[in-house]
Design a protein around this ligand. Sequence first.
Ligand code: ACO
Length: 361
Amino acid sequence: MLQTRVDSGLDGVIVADTVMSEVDGEEGRLVVRGHSIEDLVGVTGFEGVAALLWEGYGEGGGNEAAARDGMAAARVRAFALVPKLLIAAEGLTPVEGLRVGLGMLPDSDPVPHHYLVCGALPVFLAALLNARKGLSAIAPDPSLTTAQDLLRMIRGQRAGEVFEKGLDTYLATVADHGFNASTFTARVVASTHAGLISAVLAGLCALKGPLHGGAPGPVLDMLDEIGEASRAEAWFDDAFAKNTTLMGFGHRIYKVRDPRADVLKAAVARLPETAGRLSYASEVEQGAIAALRRHKPGRRLDTNVEYYTALLLEALEIPREAFTALFAVGRVAGWCAHVFEQERGGRIIRPQSNYVGARPS
Ligand code: ACO
C-alpha cells in the first residue's frame, strides 16, 4: 500500500541526509560543507572544493594537494584513451563525446575512480574541441591545476592568470548543489552499487538537458537575438506570447536570486574588456525579471546560475557548444562526493508508483 503521495517532480520531498551542501531557496544561500559559496571560492579553487567535499570519504579528501596530484595523474592516464575516443565520438557534440568517453573507462582501472573521472573529463573535452577545429589533441601538463591545464589544452598555450582564475572560480562554484537532478540521478545509480563511473555517467546524462545544464548556450542565443537593451521589453513580451521559457531564469529551490549568479557576475567583471557586455546583460536581466513578474505573477522566478555562467564562459572564449560539457568538469567533484556518501550509508533507492492503467478483467 502506498504510504505517501508526492507531486510530480518530487517537489519539496526530502529523500536523504547529506553533509555535502545546503541550498536555502528562501534566503538565496548556498553552503558547501559548512562554508558559504561566496567565502569558499574567495579562498580556494576547484581542487580545494573537491578535497573539501571528499573529506572523510575518498582518497584526497581533506587534502587539496593530494586531490590536485591525483587528478593531474589521472589526466595523463586518460590522455592515452584520446585516440580511441576521437574515433568513437566523431560527429558528436562535446557533451555527447564526454558521454562516450566516460563509457570507455573500465571499472577495473586501479586508479581511484573519483580521480579518474575528474581527470578524464577535462582531457576528453579539450581533445574533442580541438578535433572539431581539425587540431591534434594536446597532452595534459600534470604540474598545473585542472583550470590552468584545461584552458591550455583548449588554447594551445597558457591563458594567463586572470583567465585561469576565472575558470577555476567557475568550476569551484558549480561543484556541488544539493540534490539537483544530475546528483540525484548519480545517487540512484550509486545506490545499486553499480560503481562510481556508472553513477557519474548517469549524472552527466541528466545534466545534459536544457532544463538543467544545457541553459547557458541558449542564454547567449537570447542575448544575441535581443541585440540591444532597448528591445528587451518587446522581445520578452513576444517570448511570453509564444510560451517561451526564459533560459537562465527560474529554479525549483531558489525563490530569490541564485547566489551563484553574483559570484559568477563578479568573476566576469574581473576579466578584461567585459564591462560593455556585462552592462548590456545586466539591463537585459532586469528586463527579464520585470517580464517574469508581469507574465508570471506570484511565481517568484529570478536569475539562476546559468545566466552569468553564459557570460563568464563567453568571456573565457569557450565555444558555446562546450558549455554543458564544461559544467560537468566542475560538477563531477560533487557527483563523486554524493556517490561516496550514498555508498557508505544509503539503501537502494526504490520508490513506488501508483498504477493507473488497465487491469485484467
Ligand atoms: N521562463 C518562463 N517561465 C518560467 C520559467 C522561465 N525560465 N521558469 C519557470 N517558469 C514558469 C512555468 O512556466 C510555470 O508557470 P505556470 O505555473 O503558469 O505553468 C511556473 O513558472 C513554475 O515553473 P515550473 O516549470 O513548474 O518550475 P520547475 O521547478 O518545475 O522548473 C526549471 C525549474 C526547470 C529550472 C525552470 O525554471 C526552467 O525551465 N528554467 C529555464 C531553464 C534553466 O535556466 N535551467 C537551469 C536551472 S539551474 C541548473 O539546473 C544548473
